[in-house]
Design a protein around this ligand. Structure first.
Ligand SMILES: [Zn+2]
Length: 79
């Protein structure tokens, strides 16, 4: 993973936690053991979010019509 990709994952994780009204640590505590966790589209400028499987890296974004939704736990490097 390049530094740019790591930064992108960190900022997407921040955006996702914010969308759910939590800080990143609260957010990960809340969803770490769930069977369906929030995910976010990884395309620049898209903030589409959806509940996905915890290990999902290629979930469908209904806005972009691409397989670009990644789970919060993948973003956080927990899986
Ligand atoms: Zn999207």
């Amino acid at each position: 993973m390049t530094p740019q990709e790591a930064n992108q994952e960190a900022s997407k994780l921040d955006a996702l936690a914010w969308e759910w009204g939590m800080t990143v640590p609260q957010f990960l505590d809340t969803y770490a053991l769930d069977e369906a966790v929030p995910g976010i589209c990884m395309n620049p400028d898209c903030l589409y979010t959806a509940r996905v499987e915890p290990d999902q890296e290629e979930g469908w974004c209904q806005v972009c019509c691409t397989s670009s939704v990644r789970s919060a736990l993948v973003l956080a490097g927990l899986i």
